[in-house]
Write a protein that binds this ligand. Structure first.
Ligand code: AP5
Length: 219
């Protein structure tokens, strides 16, 4: 199973990408996480991308192309945060063709802006392992501490409200056109992302038609 998750900031893509990867035993490829890791390690790539990310704008396509090309190698993936514009959608098609891979579904997370902004204002992430929490919706067992690895939780640099609003603007201007693009290709699945994470997960798994015990090796 090869999936793309499409949606505005705070629509819950990252949360569902992890759940779907674990459920279907496929790889989660999150562009945002990959770029943040590079920025954290201060690699040459990280130095270049961190300024774009802090400002809440897209990293240039040429840079993204190299990253995605190195990550997409075999069947069984859920892509979170790529593609984000028409040029990237075409890029994805070329890469898939070249590597003899196919896309099963593009899942569009439809969410209200105010709800998403509220989610992002309460998001906390582990500074070590990247686990994601929400102070009200998905709190850690111990305040400010990661359940998984015990490190401190922090607020993502691009989660301050002005940057979140900018990211939403970028979504509307550059990414939203992909909804129509994939609709025309008949592989878009729209889900109501305003619901709880369990309800969202159920909508997706019911629509994809694979149950818990399905052998989902991805072949
Ligand atoms: P990225 O990290 O991908 O950010 P994003 O797309 O803005 O998405 P978010 O991670 O903010 O939200 P999400 O939808 O994943 O929500 P989450 O599940 O975390 O990208 C960051 C930056 O990297 C970009 O701005 C850009 O600069 C660069 N970049 C990345 N990809 C790029 C590309 N292809 N091209 C160019 N540049 C690129 O949930 C949010 C919060 O809500 C959490 O606290 C969570 O616990 C909670 N929550 C989740 N689901 C629910 C629910 N159903 N109910 C209640 N709370 C929920």
């Amino acid at each position: 199973m090869n999936l793309v998750l499409l949606g505005a900031p705070g629509s819950g893509k990252g949360t569902q990408a992890k759940m779907l990867a674990s459920h279907y035993k496929i790889r989660e490829i999150s562009l945002g996480d990959i770029l943040r890791e590079e920025a954290k390690k201060k690699t040459p790539l990280g130095e270049v991308v961190s300024d774009y990310m802090k400002r809440g704008v897209l990293v240039p396509d040429e840079i993204i192309k190299d990253v995605i090309q190195s990550k997409l190698n075999s069947h069984g993936f859920v892509l979170d945060g790529f593609p984000r514009n028409l040029a990237q959608a075409k890029m994805l098609e070329d890469i898939l063709k070249e590597k003899n891979l196919t896309l099963n579904k593009v899942i569009y997370f439809k969410v209200d802006e105010e709800k998403a902004v509220q989610r992002l204002s309460g998001r906390r992430v582990c500074k070590e392992c990247g686990a994601v929490y929400h102070i009200l919706n998905m709190p850690p067992k111990k305040e400010g501490i990661c359940d998984r690895c015990g490190a401190s939780l922090i607020i993502r640099e691009d989660d301050k409200e002005s940057t979140v609003r900018r990211r939403w603007q970028v979504f509307k201007e550059e990414t939203a056109s992909l909804i129509g693009y994939y609709l025309k290709k008949s592989n878009l699945l729209e889900i109501d992302a305003n619901k709880s994470k369990e309800e969202v997960f159920l909508q997706i798994t019911e629509a994809l038609g694979y149950g818990e015990d399905k052998d989902s090796s991805g072949d």
